[in-house]
Design a protein around this ligand. Structure first.
Ligand code: ATP
Ligand code: MN
Length: 465
């Protein structure tokens, strides 16, 4: 008989019908007369209860049916006697696909710490927590594509290996096929990259933005959604060395439209989670973060506060004057640390905040310069519990200004001549931003550590699995 998913079986009220379900044992309890097996197949946070009658299944047979074992169960769908569930399966036939020796199977029914589960990342998807997180991760990816598709954006694929080290967003991982034990040098004593695979130095991308802009200035509205890599030694709960980023870029949008797009986009994704992932969200809310669902609803229902960096600094300086202690000093010109961002969001406004018009010195060369000669049309979206979730800007469309700024910031023209060409030929105002997919997931799942929202996290000194 064909398999019924456990999610489907749990929704059915076709009592008395025959079903076949397949999945992994979460727990087994009972006595020699009656065994209760909680079976989960990943289609739902909820397991189905399989009742195995002692007259049909001997103790000997059921002995290897322990936590982690994989079963195929045929039986009758019946109304459940127990509370908390509506249906269960009266087993008629059980086939054991695979056992999991309790002596060596690392996942037992007692709860494990998230730290311990990180050490067994190959098995943690089998826990309720990670099942919920990875289902939500899937749903957020779907929501992102739907949001942009519904609005006429095109999905473009920007390169993962890049020949430019001028993307400006951070330290890069070098990609090479050179024999590191036996490097050929040029007469000047430098590594001879003409011998390397691409005949030049190459890196893993830190952002698809520059290529995204090329596409936006042809297709109008585009987005990228792909892996990005940063070789920074930031061991924080919000940084990964490999993460996924969504980068929309829109021709003719100015910064106000860019801000509205960012708000609409996040609200759409969060609403999608509330509409499609409620079972998983309820579980995470109960287990980890009692305010999770209220926080999600709040973000969907409220406009984000918009203010300038300078106004933000004034609020932070006033807080310091009133005796609030920050670890890092704050003043006009300094970059905001996560503690400052969170103060604005969590304590001052109690709402997500979009900060604009940052000092040019702390932002990338491609941001549109304001007339004050000091600030650029940058915008960061700051979120509760996270700090920066989005970084973006209106882009400098003036060829001369952009070229000068790139030079001043040490980005050589020979590396970005192709990017500068967009400003030589049919330039246009345009804007875009980058959303870190895992930062969005931190917010939506309420998890505290970014290593827990990606299946296989890469962080400094950690690339197992
Ligand atoms: P931060 O200041 O938090 O380190 P950033 O300013 O370096 O971030 P951007 O270059 O603006 O980040 O990247 C755009 C978005 O990508 C950020 O707003 C954030 O959501 C996400 N992001 C950046 N770096 C990381 C990282 N190391 N791990 C996960 N997400 C990241
Ligand atoms: Mn940023």
């Amino acid at each position: 008989m064909s398999r019924t998913s456990i999610a489907q079986a749990l929704k059915s009220s076709d009592f008395g019908s025959s079903v076949t379900v397949k999945g992994w044992v979460r727990t087994r309890r009972g006595n020699k007369h009656l065994s209760f097996i909680a079976l989960n197949d990943g289609t739902s946070i909820n397991s189905i209860q399989v009742v195995a009658d002692g007259s049909r299944f001997t103790e000997e047979f059921l002995k290897p049916v322990t936590t982690g074992a994989c079963l195929c169960v045929e039986g009758k769908l019946v109304e459940s006697q127990g509370k908390g569930q509506s249906v269960e399966i009266q087993a008629e036939n059980i086939r054991i696909y695979g056992t999991a020796d309790p002596e060596t199977y690392p996942l037992q029914k007692k709860g494990h710490s998230l730290e311990f589960l990180r050490e067994i990342a190959h098995l943690r998807p089998r826990t309720n927590t990670f099942g919920a997180i990875f289902r939500i991760r899937h749903h957020m990816a779907i929501a992102i594509h739907r949001f942009f598709h519904e609005r006429g954006f095109y999905y473009v694929h920007t390169p993962i290996i890049t020949g430019s080290d001028a993307e400006g967003a951070g330290q890069m991982f070098q990609v090479t096929t050179l024999d590191l034990d036996n490097l050929k040098k040029t007469p000047e004593g430098k590594v001879d990259f003409s011998e390397d695979f691409f005949g030049r130095p190459t890196n893993l991308t830190v952002s698809g933005q520059l290529e995204g802009e090329l596409a936006a200035l042809a297709l109008g509205a585009i987005y990228t959604f792909g892996p990005t890599f940063r070789a920074e030694n930031s061991n924080t709960p919000r940084h990964l060395s490999e993460f996924w980023m969504i980068e929309p870029e829109v021709a003719f949008n100015e910064i106000e439209e860019n801000m509205q797009l960012a708000q609409d986009f996040i609200q759409y994704c969060v609403r999608w989670a509330l509409d499609n992932c409620m079972d998983d969200l309820n579980f995470l809310c109960q287990m980890y973060d009692k305010e999770l669902i209220d926080r999600l609803k709040f973000v969907v229902e409220n406009d984000f506060v918009r203010l300038t960096y300078s106004e933000g600094i004034r609020i932070l300086e006033e807080a310091v004057a009133r005796g609030h202690k920050f670890e890092y000093r704050i003043g006009w010109g300094s970059d905001l640390q996560s503690e400052h961002e969170r103060y604005l969001v969590e304590e001052h406004f109690k709402k997500p905040v979009i900060l604009t018009d940052y000092p040019a010195e702390i932002k990338a060369f491609y941001m549109k310069q304001n007339d004050d000669g000091k600030t650029v049309r940058a915008m960061d979206v700051l979120f509760p519990k996270i700090g920066e979730i989005i970084g973006g800007s209106e882009r400098e469309e003036d060829y001369e200004k952009l070229k000068k700024r790139a030079e001043a910031m040490g980005v050589p023209e020979k590396d970005i001549w192709w990017y500068l060409d967009t400003r030589r030929f049919g330039t246009a105002p345009h804007s875009g931003f980058g959303l870190g997919f895992e930062r969005l997931l931190l917010f939506v799942t309420g998890m505290a550590n970014i290593r827990d929202v990606i299946p296989f996290p890469r962080t400094p000194k950690n690339a197992q699995f």
